[in-house]
Design a protein around this ligand. Structure first.
Ligand SMILES: Cc1cc2nc3c(=O)[nH]c(=O)nc-3n(C[C@H](O)[C@H](O)[C@H](O)COP(=O)(O)OP(=O)(O)OC[C@H]3O[C@@H](n4cnc5c(N)ncnc54)[C@H](O)[C@@H]3O)c2cc1C
Length: 318
């Protein structure tokens, strides 16, 4: 059923596209205004896997549910992935509550854990291939009748005046667009290398030290990573590339001869907490959905559905 309320989503990274799809599916007449198409956003640089993080647990769990369904759709670019994580603290709960939504979960035996780590586990999760998944989302939105227009928005009030509801999915752009100074870039550099046939992932983090990951895509393996808060440069740093490749090769020796294909940098939209809320402004309703930091994919479906709930409630009672 078509909803009489027009909604404009600003931004078309993973957050904007997912939100626009759910709004269109709920019957809202939805369009997108965006400075860049999805393949030029932070979302294209993401690793991108579902990995448990503290906070926003219900949004995370809902997103995983949807991703698990999408594995069955060949055009979506979503695949099962087992990630082995080595950690520097003991793991003794064989059935932790945070692992419930995963496809599978197993603690490694002591002889499977390399030095200097204290323990390890294998998380049965999903990986998302952004160069396939983002065009899939665009296509799904357009098939629902949605229109994507490239336009730089300088004032949300202008958009809000012309539509009853605006959704702000501008990621780091929200810092200047709505003056949210709690937003910070969290710079991440990744190195793509040839894939020698790797289909499982590795992840490590030692308290206070750099973290390392090795995550396969169909053609390449994505190696990371860095988290530099407050750094705006999109220029890859050669020393960092070297460090990432060395660390990844010691974590997964199968990469010993894999050549570098590409180095990419993305600025995660960092915020103390993700902002998913409705604001009544003098010009109209503005729903915010930004600040997902390193978890924009992991939160995407849960946050999008929350935005739809908020807008449905506000427009049915006003
Ligand atoms: C190296 C790296 C690895 C990552 N790995 C993962 C991972 O494994 N799992 C995971 O879940 N997440 C991961 N992330 C995080 C993830 O990429 C982000 O959280 C996510 O992409 C944010 O999506 P978004 O749509 O909110 O923002 P963006 O992708 O930045 O999109 C913002 C959109 O808003 C538009 N916009 C901005 N300002 C304006 C304006 N004024 N007017 C019009 N349009 C505007 C932009 O053009 C763009 O279309 C990773 C990120 C990096 C950098």
């Amino acid at each position: 059923m078509q909803n009489v309320v027009d909604v404009t989503v600003v931004g078309s990274g993973v957050s904007g596209l997912t939100t626009a799809i759910r709004l269109a599916e709920a019957g809202f007449s939805t369009s997108i205004l965006t400075r860049e198409r999805a393949t030029n956003t932070t979302s294209i640089v993401a690793a991108a896997i579902w990995f448990p993080e503290p906070g926003s647990r219900s949004f995370m769990e809902r997103s995983l549910e949807v991703f698990l369904e999408l594995i069955g759709d060949e055009s979506a670019g979503v695949y099962p992935l087992d990630v082995t994580e080595y950690v520097d603290y003991p793991l003794d709960d064989a059935n932790p509550s945070w692992a419930q939504p995963l496809r599978s979960y197993r603690i490694l035996t002591a002889d499977e854990v390399p030095a200097p780590f204290a323990a390890g586990h294998v998380l049965g999760t999903v990986r998302i291939e952004p160069p396939i998944y983002l065009p899939y989302l665009e296509n799904r939105f357009e098939t629902l009748g949605g229109v994507i227009t490239e336009q730089d928005v300088t004032d949300l009030s202008d958009v809000a005046r012309e539509n009853r509801v605006v959704v702000n999915c501008t990621g780091l752009g929200a810092r200047s667009l709505v003056g949210d100074t709690s937003m910070q870039p969290v710079r991440g550099q990744v190195v793509h290398v040839e894939n020698p046939g790797i289909t499982d992932g590795h992840h490590t983090q030692i308290e206070g030290g750099p973290f390392t990951y090795v995550l396969p895509r169909n053609e390449v393996v994505v190696l990371g990573g860095t988290r530099l808060v407050g750094e705006w440069s999109l220029v890859p740093d050669d020393e960092t590339t070297k460090r990432i490749v060395e660390d990844a090769r010691s974590l997964d020796p199968r990469l010993a001869t894999s050549e570098i294909v590409k180095v990419a940098v993305g600025l995660r939209p960092g915020r103390p907490t993700v902002r998913v809320e409705l604001e009544e402004t003098l010009s109209g309703l503005v729903a915010h959905n930004y600040g997902h930091d390193g978890n924009g994919y992991g939160l995407s479906w849960g946050c999008a559905e929350e935005v739809v709930r908020l807008i449905e409630y506000a427009t049915s009672t006003s």
